[in-house]
Ligand binder design. Structure first.
Ligand SMILES: NC(=O)c1ccc[n+]([C@@H]2O[C@H](COP(=O)([O-])OP(=O)(O)OC[C@H]3O[C@@H](n4cnc5c(N)ncnc54)[C@H](O)[C@@H]3O)[C@@H](O)[C@H]2O)c1
Length: 281
């Protein structure tokens, strides 16, 4: 799909991968609708993009709330008269498998999984009706293999990969022209390690706990060693234009992770996880 004059909606568009993708889509002539839970950074992103000549609006909201995602859709329709791409990108990370309170698991799942479901439910009827559109769902390498220290995040990203594969097959069965991609990056230089900044107020005490701070500090080093978000943005645009399902910005690590699972299933012992291996393409 050519992105010229198409309307692209990006959740979590105020930072990191979402923001880099907004610049990429704008450079290809797309209209932009950016959603984000952080009002200040969102308004700043919108104003900077406008300075470059981009056609863009920002809508503050929480992807885990169905009504907020419907409002995002309605804003796109009101401003640009249509919608062609939904990039379900907003996401957060927190919590190892051992010792993470259930309400923190719920928060991660609500943003990373419910956010994707809300995006699909809001936009798919429009895409099916016009038989044109593309859904990009944000998984991760952590959605292709389990990673220590990231139980809740892995659970959510495995779910996103599964939802995306199911959606692909459902669209194929309908012989629909609508596309879907699963974005599964390794580490990317963004603010993902500072996700607790967006925790609901009821989880503040967890966000400020030594365990959460330690996890943030540990993940900061690998996130900072990751690839630039602009590289991910280029790969996303390429997948939409050329209708590719898998977006593997760290292809070697993604394939190795998958091969190692297969070898484990076939009886070989599990391989020790090396997070540094997920920082390079
Ligand atoms: N950075 C990495 O290493 C990496 C690797 C694999 C996958 N990802 C995924 O990429 C996506 C983008 O993250 P990023 O790395 O750019 O991090 P980021 O923190 O820089 O950006 C995430 C954006 O999502 C917004 N957001 C958070 N919760 C929200 C909510 N409930 N509703 C709406 N917006 C919300 C944040 O305000 C922020 O602007 C996430 O889904 C993340 O899991 C990141």
């Amino acid at each position: 799909m050519d992105l010229q004059n198409k309307t692209t909606v990006i959740t979590g568009g105020a930072s990191g991968i979402g923001l880099a993708t907004a610049y990429k889509f704008a450079s290809l002539g797309a209209n932009l609708v950016l959603g984000d839970i952080e009002e200040g950074p969102l308004q700043e992103a919108v104003s900077r993009l406008r300075d470059t000549g981009a056609k863009v609006i920002g809508v503050t909201g929480d992807v885990s709330k169905e009504d907020d995602v419907l409002a995002l859709r309605d804003a796109a329709l009101d401003e640009f008269g249509g919608a062609h791409v939904i990039f379900n990108n907003a996401g957060v990370g927190a919590g190892p498998t051992i010792g993470t309170p259930k309400k923190v698991w719920d928060w991660v799942m609500s943003v990373n999984v419910d956010g994707v479901v809300n995006g699909i439910n809001a936009f798919m009827p429009i895409f099916l009706e016009q038989n044109e559109g593309h859904v990009v769902n944000t998984g991760s390498l952590a959605g292709l293999g389990g990673v220590p220290g990231m139980g809740a995040y892995c659970a959510s990203k495995f779910a996103v990969v599964g939802i995306s594969e199911s959606l692909y097959h459902e669209l194929a069965m309908r012989e629909s022209a609508v596309g879907v991609s699963a974005l599964c990056p390794g580490f990317v230089k963004t603010r993902i390690h500072e996700s607790t900044r967006n925790m609901p107020s009821g989880l503040r005490s967890y966000a400020e706990s030594p365990e959460a701070q330690l996890l943030g500090d540990m993940s900061a080093s690998v996130v900072k060693a990751g690839i630039e978000p602009e590289v991910v943005a280029d790969a996303i645009a390429d997948a939409i234009i050329n209708k590719k399902f898998w977006i593997l910005t760290h292809e070697r690590a993604a394939l190795r992770t998958t091969e190692q699972r297969l070898e484990w299933m076939r009886g070989a012992g599990p391989t020790r996880i090396n997070l540094d291996g997920a920082t390079k393409p």
